[in-house]
Ligand binder design. Structure first.
Ligand code: MN
Length: 255
């Protein structure tokens, strides 16, 4: 199995090395990852400047490519360009921090897996849902191996990917694994208005911790309960339930 590892925390991130080290045991691992942190870059791609992929050496002595592009660019480079070998599986992570609920719309980690799915390659994203500076990636890295083997055996449905979140605890404290649906997690918007030394206003976005809707069966609830969450995600974002309702507005009668 030829496995591409990428992330959005940068090629030298600890989570990427932990993931690669475990995946090395089951396949040929290729690494193409951003040359700098790109968290929360979403699914952006680079169209108007040259894309670079420079060879670098990881902490374990292995070769990798560092790109000036986004996580999505890294997947495209790997699948369409850099390697002779066909990529069988894309694994994005291990992200430092959760990718739960509506985080998915901002996530560079998940977007890389989406790009893999778009290019027709089985893909999953994996994150440890902790925000502390020091995170233990052991349980997540081991789970990634088991999941990679399952995907290899069963094949993912077309245009689907998996989004995995692992609680930020020791492997022995994880309660199990749940297949979940995407929940709701909203960051309560906070805008700090400040003034720079030249007297111009600027803003800091962010602040508060997310507000989770801890509904049974969701990713946010599973991780809150100490379970590894595996959410099948589809590239089709259509809200099926609303098609008839929107049609009933008379939208199609507008002329
Ligand atoms: Mn990240």
């Amino acid at each position: 199995m030829n496995i591409l590892v990428t992330n959005d925390d940068g090629v030298f991130a600890e989570g990427l090395l932990a993931l690669k080290t475990e995946l090395d045991k089951i396949g040929n691992v290729f690494v193409v990852a951003p040359d700098r942190p790109r968290s929360a870059c979403g699914h952006s791609i680079t169209l108007h400047k040259p894309l670079r992929a420079e060879k670098v050496v990881l902490e374990d002595g292995s070769a990798a490519y560092a790109s000036n592009g986004t996580p999505s660019d890294c997947v495209t480079l790997a699948i369409l360009g850099i390697f002779q070998e066909p990529i069988d599986l894309v694994v994005s992570g291990i992200n430092h921090g959760p990718n739960l609920g509506w985080d998915l719309t901002y996530s560079g980690t998940v977007s890389a897996a989406m790009e893999g799915a778009i290019l027709g390659v089985a893909s999953f994203a994996i994150s440890v849902a902790g925000i502390e500076p020091k995170i233990d990636y052991t349980a997540a890295a081991r789970f990634a191996v088991d999941l990679a083997l399952l995907i290899d055996n069963h094949k993912l449905p077309e245009s689907a990917l998996l989004n995995v979140n692992v609680p930020p605890v020791a492997a022995s404290d994880i309660n199990g694994v749940q297949v979940t649906r995407q929940g709701k997690r909203r960051y309560v918007g906070q805008l700090d208005k400040r003034t720079d030394p030249t007297g111009r206003d600027y803003y800091w976005l962010g602040g508060d911790l997310p507000e989770d809707d801890l509904k049974e069966g969701t990713d946010v609830k599973a991780v809150a309960d100490g379970y590894i969450s595996v959410t099948p995600v589809h590239l089709d974002l259509t809200d099926e339930a609303s098609i008839e309702a929107i049609r009933a507005w008379g939208v199609e009668q507008i002329d």
